[in-house]
Write a protein that binds this ligand. Structure first.
Ligand code: HEC
Length: 160
């Protein structure tokens, strides 16, 4: 009998600890999940996606010879290379799924000075066009062409 009560008390105590832990985490304004980890992408497939969905009509990739385009490019924004705005894997994904989140200075500079501040990205949103697997492969492909990621980047883990 004593044994049973004890285990019930232990459980109750444990529940209180967990509950207060959750509450204090919330009160600090911390999101419950701090990062996410995507499966490793396939660089070769990513390069194919890059060509097939039309990223090529506005982008080149640093130090990479891509087959010539049939039509004149709409923009020439180079991706990859040593020093670029995109510095983390999270930023790279964000610029693909949410182009307006941060509009690249490289593009702003091409605009009339009055339009620069509120510039919207002319990049289409591909979220209903590509699959998540294609997105992961694209990110792996592009990431392999960036050389200066900040130290916070470790593998495929994004910690905001
Ligand atoms: C119609 C033209 C166009 C197409 C198509 C396009 N983009 Fe863009 N993209 C842009 C422009 C312009 C910018 C610069 C403005 C901005 O930051 O959104 C940009 C910015 C980016 C950036 C951020 C670059 C930086 O240094 O900040 C990434 C990454 C990117 N595009 C990836 C892609 C990928 C991947 C695809 C294909 C799925 C794609 N883009 C298709 C026009 C395009």
């Amino acid at each position: 009998m004593i044994k049973m009560n004890l285990s019930r008390d232990v459980k109750l105590c444990f529940a209180v600890i967990v509950y207060t832990g959750v509450l204090s985490a919330c009160s600090e304004g911390q999101p419950p999940v701090k990062g996410f980890v995507l499966p490793e992408g396939n660089i070769e497939n990513g390069q194919e996606v890059f060509a097939s969905v039309g990223c090529r009509s506005c982008h080149t990739v640093a130090a990479l010879d891509l087959p010539p385009l049939e039509q004149a490019p709409l923009f020439d924004i180079e991706l990859g290379g040593k020093v670029r705005r995109v510095k983390t894997y999270g930023e790279l994904l964000t610029s693909i799924v949410n182009p307006n989140h941060t509009v690249s200075p490289k593009y702003r500079i091409t605009l009339d000075p009055k339009e620069r501040k509120d510039a919207q990205s002319p990049m289409p949103v591909f979220n209903d066009v590509i699959t998540v697997t294609q997105l992961i492969d694209l990110a792996a492909f592009l990431h392999s062409h960036y050389e200066m990621y900040s130290p916070e980047y470790q593998g495929y883990m994004y910690v905001p």
